[in-house]
Ligand binder design. Structure first.
Ligand code: NMX
Ligand code: MLT
Length: 435
């Protein structure tokens, strides 16, 4: 751990000095203008955050430290006999700003394996919840129970020097990431497999072990988990889960508290819960139509019905993207390689042909194309992971890599408490009158 920490510290010192220089020279330069509409409409397009780990381009999609998803698939180390990137490699890339070697990834995997023991009281806290509790609620309760282990909070209480915040955030992050697969798998086995739990396999990589503990030992399912954990990890800083983690962390709430807050945002249906909504929507459509192989005409009619009843078509649209999400495309490629004839997967592809022109014809939707959530569930169902209420937990495990790597950077760069100004409509009226 010291090796990777020392390397990080050296990089963070250089970045801090660069930012200081930038601000000295250009600190008063305007980076944008804010209109009244933006203030009322979700702050779309306002640049107001620094997030070092990834950057979203509306046309091209996400780049992690400059690397697109197809590039990551080529450049990040894979498991032995595998071809999908190992998410530990992406974590290293987001944290360090440079591509890892095979040894670097093995080092991260080993750190996570050594820190993966989850204390019993976390399982007790989850077990105290009714079995009907949504898996995301169980997950956040599990993370909150684990907060007893925070060294950030302990060290802060002991008078930690602000120069050491990053160090404590680093320690908490590695422990938290190491333990999340066990918590997620525990929830899955408790809720859906009669609490027949499966012990971790200390020889497996982070995502492979998650698949194993959930009870899926198929080689291609492990590969799916590696891809899934990689592509869901980060989507720059303004999305609800990343922004919330950053905001809560800015109060010097420790990484457990900040991440749990972010995951409560991920649990919303317009954000990460959309992955469960997509499969629920398709299953309901199949039931109503009485077929598991609907035609494009039937799908089009069902989409119209969804819109007429004042609901969104889940998995479509995006606040920033204006093209098909490359994370959707990466999953489509996985589907074509591993399950080209799967009916549900083919339905997802038919929906992709059908939905965009319909949404476009409404004239008000800025992005009619599919996002990451439009595809993920169908791949999981293919392997027998049919319990769609669980899907957002998988998203949450992956998202930890990005939001927590960012949180370490927040503390290393000494970012202050985040506290933007708000207005009332009365104050806006007075402002307009005074213009
Ligand atoms: N189906 C129906 N209506 C939509 C959709 C959709 N998929 N997407 C946007 N709209 C509506 C939106 O509700 C709004 O309507 P109104 O003016 O009546 O309030 C109008 O189109 C304009 O919205 P946009 O500016 O295009 O989108 P916005 O940036 O506000 O919202 C989402 C982005 C992602 C919240 C929105 O597209 C949506 O609700 N999509 C479905 C849910 C979803 O897939 N979420 C997952 C996003 C990815 N993730 O994992 O977080
Ligand atoms: C995400 O992955 O966070 C979503 O695509 C939402 C977003 O970027 O706003």
């Amino acid at each position: 751990m010291d090796l990777i920490k020392d390397r990080f510290k050296a990089k963070a010192d250089i970045a801090s000095a660069e930012i200081k220089e930038l601000l000295k020279e250009y600190g008063t330069r305007k980076i944008g203008e804010v209109t009244l509409s933006q203030v009322y409409q979700g702050m779309r397009g306002i640049t107001g955050l620094v997030t070092e780990t990834s950057l979203l381009d509306a046309q091209e999609g996400i780049r992690f430290r400059g690397h697109t998803i197809p590039e990551l698939k080529e450049k990040l180390p894979t498991a032995q006999n595998g071809s999908e990137p190992l998410p530990e490699g992406l974590f290293y890339l987001m944290l360090m700003g440079e591509l890892p070697t095979d040894e670097d990834v093995a080092h991260v995997t080993a750190i996570l394996q050594r820190r993966s023991h989850v204390p019993n009281h976390v399982f007790d806290a989850i077990d105290a919840l009714p079995i009907t509790t949504h898996p995301m609620t169980m997950y956040v309760v599990g993370v909150m129970a684990l907060q007893t282990e925070s060294s950030f909070t302990k060290r802060y209480a002991e008078g930690m020097n602000k120069k050491d915040y990053w160090d404590a955030a680093f320690d908490d992050t590695l422990i938290l990431i190491a333990r999340l697969p066990r918590i997620a798998a525990y929830i899955y086995r408790r809720k859906y497999k009669n609490s027949e739990h499966i012990h971790p396999n200390g020889m497996l990589d982070w995502a492979g072990n998650l698949a194993h503990m959930m009870g899926f030992d198929d080689h291609s399912f492990r590969e799916l988990m590696r891809l899934y954990m990689t592509i869901h990890a980060d989507h720059e800083g303004g999305n609800v889960s990343a922004h919330t983690t950053h905001l809560v962390g800015s109060a010097l709430s420790d990484p457990y508290l900040a991440y749990a807050a972010g995951m409560n945002g991920l649990a919303g249906p317009l954000h990460g819960l959309a992955n469960q909504e997509v499969i629920k929507w398709i299953f309901e459509m199949q039931e109503e139509l009485g077929t598991d192989d609907p035609t494009t005409e039937q799908i089009a009619a069902y989409v119209q019905k969804t819109l007429t009843s004042g609901k969104v078509v889940p998995g479509y649209g995006h606040a920033v993207l204006r093209k098909t999400d490359p994370r959707f495309t990466a999953q489509m490629e996985f589907g074509k390689k591993h399950m080209p004839d799967d009916k549900l997967v083919n339905t997802v592809w038919k929906i992709y042909e059908t939905v965009p022109p319909i949404l476009q014809s409404l004239g008000k939707i800025k992005n009619p194309w599919p996002n990451v959530d439009a595809h993920s569930g169908a791949l999981l169902v293919h392997y027998g992971l049919v319990e769609y209420e669980f899907y957002t937990v998988l998203f949450a495990v992956s998202r930890a890599l990005g939001v927590l790597a960012s949180l370490i950077w927040d503390r290393a760069l000494g970012f202050p408490l985040e506290r933007p100004k708000s207005v009332t409509t009365d104050s806006v009226k007075m402002w307009i009158a005074g213009q």
